[in-house]
Design a protein around this ligand. Structure first.
Ligand SMILES: [Mg+2]
Length: 232
């Protein structure tokens, strides 16, 4: 069986738009007028300062995704869990200093979770591709959050395999991730034939390392019109 490797965030489900919408709703709920670019600068700076990006289970997690991650569920050791909670509290204390960071954090997480859904084009295209190919999800993020999003979006049963940077301990653009995909394919006797995703630097790099076609997706846009999956 030939395999299509498919990215999740901003390919099948909204990422940047959902992030901005959830933050705008949260700011409005607490009557804050901070501009989004200023908010994301704080979020990025605190995530970098936390040092958590080098934790293997958190490899490939973006600063805004870390903001609604349940660190108690996402990482096993208490020190990292507390550091994750502390990162979120520092962000909310800087953005909404008058508010209880735990209350704001819960509000943001609730709003963000409600925005996890597939782009309109995705269910029909996935069903069509699945008739002739194995579908695997290849995604950067923590095991807990990426699997939670797959579940919330109703995509759980779609994929025969799911390869996540936080489980591999390497990002999609890295050799170790490429090797993981290649060795899983070899073990199952299947062959990847294309990578479908929105990011040239991660999805494109994976395609090029595996020497398969890269189908670049613009967030929200169905690639099916100019992409008919190759069969061998
Ligand atoms: Mg993506």
């Amino acid at each position: 069986m030939d395999v299509l490797l498919i990215d999740l965030d901003d390919t099948l489900i909204p990422d940047a738009a959902a992030r901005d919408q959830a933050m705008s709703s949260t700011l409005a709920a607490f009557a804050a007028t901070t501009r989004l670019p200023d908010v994301w600068r704080v979020v990025r700076g605190e995530w970098q300062a936390s040092g958590l990006r080098s934790t293997p289970a958190l490899v490939g997690v973006s600063s805004w995704e870390a903001l609604w991650t349940d660190f108690r569920a996402a990482v096993p050791d208490l020190t990292t869990q507390l550091a994750g909670d502390d990162y979120q509290a520092r962000v909310w204390n800087r953005i909404l200093p008058e508010e209880d960071s735990a209350v704001v954090g819960a509000s943001f997480r609730g709003t963000r979770e409600q925005l996890v859904r597939t782009f309109d084009w995705a269910p029909a295209a996935l069903s069509s591709w699945a008739r002739t190919h194995d579908l695997w999800c290849v995604t950067n993020g923590s095991s807990w959050l990426q699997r939670r999003k797959l579940q919330l979006a109703g995509l759980g049963p779609t994929f025969r395999d799911v390869v996540i940077s936080g489980e591999v301990g390497a990002e999609k653009s890295e050799l170790r991730f490429h090797d993981e995909v290649a060795s899983r394919s070899a073990r199952l006797g299947v062959q990847p034939v294309a990578v479908i995703g929105d990011s040239a630097t991660s999805d494109g790099a994976l395609a090029s390392a595996l020497q398969v076609r890269y189908v670049q997706v613009a967030a929200g846009t169905d690639p099916s019109s100019d992409f008919h999956p190759p069969s061998r």
